[in-house]
Write a protein that binds this ligand. Structure first.
Ligand SMILES: [Zn+2]
Ligand SMILES: [Zn+2]
Length: 268
């Protein structure tokens, strides 16, 4: 039994493979009680050329509340968004959040200023340690600026640097800034997520991994969500059980779900 999955995408995202309704019916089939569709709204100077911001936002606004009604007796469908690079276009981010009744906002950094998504970067040409440092700087800026409920997949670039390119990274040099990010999240009453996508990729760990989740708990962090980051029905709910186990091992007894931008807590 999978109690929740708070980070998923459908074809409303440029990289989603299954329709919103197929995702919801799969969630119902899996018995997921709290299920969030959190399609991409990526801001900044490197949008995907096929990505139409307006169509995505209005499409989600038309489809997801309607599906929530249709499946109301089967799952609690949460209307989410994964807002990328909000600090690169703060006014637009504010406007989008004011105009849409989201239940849940994941704040993510997929690319740093002046560079494309970490997915596209050539790590033989640009120093990965330096890129990672700039990633954490922008993530700290994101944590400070607000406009999110939880920070998405902390350490995301490791999916490509370590997972895809097999480059070793000395993570100790970032422990100071990671602490600062976590402290900022906690001070602002926000949370982080355990993103389980890394478990089914070459990286083989969650984003962030157990060390960071444990540190978050030690610093006083209590708001933690868990999501698969599925982009198709086949990945829905994957790794949630492992994520719950990891959370327990790090001292958590409750996991947050969000409705109308407010957390409620589910015992694990
Ligand atoms: Zn993401
Ligand atoms: Zn995502």
């Amino acid at each position: 039994m999978i109690p929740f999955d708070l980070h998923t995408h459908c074809t409303l995202s440029f990289d989603g493979e299954s329709s919103a309704e197929d995702m919801v019916t799969r969630a119902v089939m899996l018995g997921i009680k709290y299920y969030a569709l959190t399609d991409h709204v990526d801001l900044g100077e490197f949008p995907d050329p096929d990505f139409d911001l307006e169509a995505t936002v209005s499409g989600a606004g038309a489809q997801i509340p309607a599906l929530r009604e249709k499946y109301a007796d089967k799952t609690e469908l949460l209307y989410g968004v994964e807002l990328g690079q909000a600090v690169q276009e703060p006014e637009l981010a504010e406007k989008l959040l004011a105009e849409n009744d989201y239940d849940f906002v994941i704040g993510s950094v997929h690319n740093i200023r002046g560079h494309e998504d970490f997915y596209f970067l050539d790590y033989t040409k640009t120093d990965p340690q330096e890129l990672l440092g700039r990633y954490f700087d922008e993530l700290l800026e994101t944590a400070e600026a607000g406009r999110y409920d939880v920070l998405g997949h902390i350490t995301y670039p490791l999916r490509y640097i370590v997972g895809e390119n097999g480059i070793n990274i000395d993570m100790k040099r970032y422990s100071g800034i990671i602490d600062e990010i976590l402290r900022t999240v906690i001070k602002n009453g926000k949370g982080i997520e355990i993103n389980t996508s890394g478990l089914r990729q070459k990286y083989g760990r969650t984003f962030p991994d157990a060390g960071t989740v444990k540190r978050y708990r030690e610093l006083g962090g209590r708001i933690l969500t868990i999501g698969s980051d599925a982009h198709r029905t086949g990945d829905l709910g994957k790794g949630i059980a492992e994520g719950i186990e990891l959370a327990r091992n790090c001292g958590f007894t409750e996991i947050a779900v969000y409705k109308e931008r407010k957390p409620t807590f589910i015992r694990i």
